[in-house]
Design a protein around this ligand. Structure first.
Ligand SMILES: Cc1ncc(COP(=O)(O)O)c(C=O)c1O
Length: 350
């Protein structure tokens, strides 16, 4: 029996634009191989910094490109935490959480409900506390819950950050991975481009390129560039040049459309399978992204369910600091026609 995976937040092989990327790689190596195969700035490949700067309406000096967004968060945490607290969403992305603990942050948590992070809970949790080094949030198609903060909550959160004077770090790898509904403004835009924004091409082109970026206040961008250079000299420029070429030759938008169509098929297959095999159970209904958050009745322990399940894997909520009756289901990597079988196998183990 082949194992069907709902565990990994990774794209299915057919989502990767192999041929176009191979052609981009050939083009950039022929055109500027001696530059991109050498050392460069700690902040990354200049043409891509300029392009991202154009996209976001900021000076390219504010853009720091890293080997994936997670490395950017690591640089940021190492630089800013210094024994302070960091506020995170509860639940939150497991790798980010572990990374913050490694940076010796003490953790403050604010609740995520079915409309994303609750800013009232941020306000009440911070009452009487010293400000955290920053608040780390994933406002759109959150990992692990798939939830999205509506505009009122975004505005409220930005107002609170301005009023109390704490820094917002917005992680937005899924914002463009939208299948339906209206896009919402980033916290970064609502904050007049003064907060910190991070994103990545992992979900819109390919994770193996390892191209993510931070948009920072200018001074912090300089400091992190120095920290990056002191850690790994220069990020891998080949992947960045390939991503830049992919965008410059207008392959990005049609590819994103294709990726979103393929992901929508998977999400719809998972919705249908959940309706059939988990009726009466609660789950989130994201308009994009990679994840659905399943809430089984207490006292079900999803770690035990997953241990019993044959031929299917998912991730227990406890991995994301959530109670044991929750489970994250990623629909991104399984084939659409496997999804029903996977959900049926999971239901059999409950
Ligand atoms: C919220 C979030 N941030 C960051 C990442 C990692 O991004 P990257 O591959 O750019 O390091 C992921 C990947 O799953 C994610 O879900």
């Amino acid at each position: 029996m082949e194992t069907i995976s709902f565990a990994k937040g990774a794209p299915a092989p057919e989502l990767l634009p192999l041929e176009e990327l191979a052609d981009c790689a050939q083009t950039v190596l022929a055109r500027e191989g001696t530059t991109i195969l050498s050392y460069g700035s700690g902040a990354g490949y200049t043409p891509l910094r300029e392009l991202i700067g154009e996209w976001f309406g900021v000076h390219p000096g504010r853009v720091v490109i890293t080997n994936g967004a997670l490395q950017g968060l690591w640089l940021l945490a190492r630089h800013l935490v210094a024994g302070q607290s960091v506020m995170v969403e509860w639940p939150t992305y497991d790798r980010a959480y572990k990374l913050l603990l490694q940076a010796r942050a003490s953790i403050l948590a604010a609740v995520v409900d079915d409309r994303g992070l609750d800013p009232d809970n941020v306000d009440s949790t911070l009452m009487g506390q010293i400000n955290p080094a920053f608040l780390y949030t994933i406002p759109t198609f959150q990992n692990p819950t798939g939830t999205t903060m509506p505009i009122e909550r975004r505005e409220h959160l930005v107002r609170s950050a301005v009023k109390r004077g704490f820094l917002l770090v917005e992680d937005d790898p899924y914002g463009l991975v939208r299948f339906e509904g209206e896009p919402l403004p980033a916290l970064f835009d609502l904050a007049g481009k003064t907060s910190i924004y991070m994103s990545s091409f992992s979900k819109t082109i390919a994770p193996g390129l390892r191209v993510g970026w931070l948009i920072l206040p200018e001074r912090l961008a300089e400091e992190l560039t120095e920290a990056a250079a002191g850690t790994y000299i220069t990020p891998s420029l080949l992947g960045q040049a390939v991503a830049c070429e992919f965008i410059r030759r207008d392959a990005f938008v049609p590819n994103l459309k294709r990726v979103n169509e393929l992901l929508k098929l998977r999400r719809d297959a998972m919705f249908a399978a959940l309706e059939k095999h988990f009726s009466g159970v609660k789950w989130t209904r994201p308009e994009g992204g990679y994840f659905i958050w399943l809430e089984l009745p207490v006292p079900t322990d999803t770690r035990e369910v997953l241990a019993r399940a044959k031929g299917v894997i998912g991730t227990a909520g406890t991995e994301f600091t959530a109670p044991a009756n929750y489970m994250r289901l990623a629909y991104s990597s399984a084939a659409p026609d496997e999804i029903e079988t996977g959900i049926e196998r999971l239901a059999a183990a409950v």
